[in-house]
Design a protein around this ligand. Structure first.
Ligand SMILES: Cc1cc2nc3c(=O)[nH]c(=O)nc-3n(C[C@H](O)[C@H](O)[C@H](O)COP(=O)(O)OP(=O)(O)OC[C@H]3O[C@@H](n4cnc5c(N)ncnc54)[C@H](O)[C@@H]3O)c2cc1C
Length: 487
């Protein structure tokens, strides 16, 4: 056994240090299967102290590392580059504290998103950010990705719900960011806010303090089906324009409906519809009664074919089952799924979907759409066989064009899935060299050696440079980019 692996084994129980090729297979990629990278080793710490001892050793040996939660990321974020060691936080899954009076919880990073809401449900509370992967993904991964979800249209993204975090920095030191142990909002520099969305490049969060929300008094869930995608999109714009703030506004296209209905996630969606729109309203019961009437009227005015409303919690669960299981249902179409994540202004949804359809046809790829319509956050999904390099090349070329289209329409290359490895070459579509230079400087404050999740988020000139050359490299990137910008 190599010396580093021997030392790691001395720090943790040997069963929590994996280093044989077979054992490492499961950590080769995340939900973005186009890109793979086998780590040098995987460690599974149980506590902040264990994470600290591992990072101190890796710092001494100048070995790169990658934090990991459940591996549901769709942009290659927790995939190892440069023979890195994966620090898998999935065993750190204790809810450490729930304050029902001050409405916060302190959790370890491996706590599964839905488990937190289950733990607080009895107190009439829940954790609002709800990625569709919420039955699997972890709060640590949510923090690193600034994750969203269907209900983020009303309640905001993860960053709106994180109060603080205990973080082990790449040199093994520990920092408390924000208010890591209580309900106060940031009173100085909002470093928890800076950490949120850093995609595992600033250190490893080992305790996270999040806001809890009171469960709403009532919920109304309505499914509207349409004969055209354009009518569904117009309905969304109308609902928002009237001043209504539904908790969720989600659209599935015809191909997605068919895949869902043929799968175990079958939800009774009308298979003859070109699109279905799932609208959820929450709040005081009497207010919702009026809002539900208003939503139904807007849907009808915009050509809804049918309207269905859940009459009890089981019906609501059924209507959501199809939406939450949509990505899983795509497993019926092919072996791999490339889930794209672009944003356009809500009013450009129709244009974007038309353009996306044309791109898919030009590249001959099978594409379905399921998306957070309220936020203009699109998820075009391309089903393909990842064992076929020619097919994979067409899929990635189509993906790039789709994200270029989103930017051209005034949107962005990511709404919630992060840049990771997937979109690292696309970042300059959105940010000027000066913007990237600031980001590189901030990153270098947390990770001066460039060992924390290298090769992610920020494009680097000479990306395969030695870790020790990171500070010079940052300086070079800044010089080169600034020079180019001036040219
Ligand atoms: C079916 C499906 C549906 C999805 N739906 C949504 C959705 O609705 N909204 C949405 O936003 N996302 C969605 N996602 C994407 C994904 O679930 C989220 O990005 C999620 O937050 C990742 O959590 P994870 O625990 O799997 O993290 P991982 O995938 O393991 O890691 C994600 C990133 O976080 C870093 N990281 C992990 N733990 C830590 C830590 N403790 N400290 C520092 N960095 C860390 C990793 O290095 C990596 O860069 C979906 C994914 C799937 C497969």
């Amino acid at each position: 056994m190599p010396a580093l692996e021997r030392e790691l084994t001395a720090l943790l129980d040997p069963r929590r240090v994996l280093h044989t090729p077979d054992a490492l297979l499961a950590w080769e990629c995340d939900g973005f299967t186009v890109h793979r990278g086998r780590p040098r080793a995987v460690v599974l710490p149980d506590s902040t102290v264990e994470v600290q001892s591992v990072l101190r050793l890796l710092h001494r040996e100048q070995v790169p590392f990658v934090p990991r939660g459940a591996g549901t990321c769709l942009s290659g974020g927790p995939t190892a580059e440069r023979d890195a060691v994966v620090v898998d936080c999935s065993r750190m899954r204790e809810v450490l504290e729930i304050s029902t009076a001050d409405l916060y919880a302190v959790v370890q990073p491996g706590v599964v998103n839905l488990d937190l809401s289950a733990a607080t449900h009895g107190h009439g509370l829940h954790y609002a950010p709800d990625p569709s992967s919420q039955s699997v993904c972890t709060i640590g991964g949510n923090l690193a990705e600034n994750s969203g979800g269907p209900h983020c249209f009303k309640y905001g993204m993860t960053t709106d719900h994180v109060l603080g975090a205990v973080v082990v920095l790449p040199d093994g030191s520990i920092a408390r960011l924000g208010d890591a142990a209580g309900p106060r909002p940031p009173h100085s520099l909002d470093l928890a806010g800076v950490f949120c969305g850093s995609e595992g490049t600033f250190g490893i969060a080992t305790e996270i303090t999040v806001r809890l929300c009171r469960n709403p008094e009532a919920i109304r869930t309505i499914l509207a089906s349409f004969g055209s995608m354009a009518a569904a999109c117009r309905t969304v714009s109308r609902i928002v324009a009237t001043g209504l703030v539904p908790a969720a506004l989600e659209i599935l296209d015809a191909a997605t409906i068919k895949a869902v209905e043929a799968s175990v996630y079958r939800a009774g969606y009308p298979e003859d519809a070109a699109a279905v729109l799932l609208v959820e309203l929450d709040g005081p019961a009497d207010v919702l009664a009026e809002e539900a009437v208003e939503v139904a009227a807007i849907a009808r005015e915009n050509g809804a074919l049918r309207l269905e409303e859940a009459t009890d919690p089981a019906e609501r669960k059924r209507l959501w089952k199809g939406r939450k299981g949509a990505f899983g249902a795509m497993g019926r179409l092919n072996t791999d799924l490339y889930v794209l994540d672009g944003v356009v202004p809500r009013t450009r949804l129709e244009d974007a979907l038309d353009g996306i359809g044309q791109i898919a046809a030009r590249h001959g790829v099978v594409l379905t759409n399921v998306f957070h319509a309220g936020d203009g956050n699109l998820h075009p999904n391309i089903s393909f066989d990842g064992r076929d390099p020619e097919q994979t090349a067409r899929v990635t070329a189509a993906g790039r064009e789709i994200l270029e289209l989103c930017v051209a329409l005034g949107g962005s290359i990511t709404g919630e899935h992060g840049v990771g490895r997937e979109k690292i070459d696309y970042v300059p579509m959105m940010f000027r060299p000066d913007d990237l230079a600031v980001m590189a400087r901030v990153r270098a404050v947390f990770d001066p050696d460039g060992r924390c999740n290298p090769g992610k988020v920020l494009p680097q000139r000479g990306a395969c440079a030695e870790p020790a050359k990171w500070p010079q490299m940052v300086a070079r990137v800044l010089d080169i980019e600034a020079g180019e910008d001036r040219a």
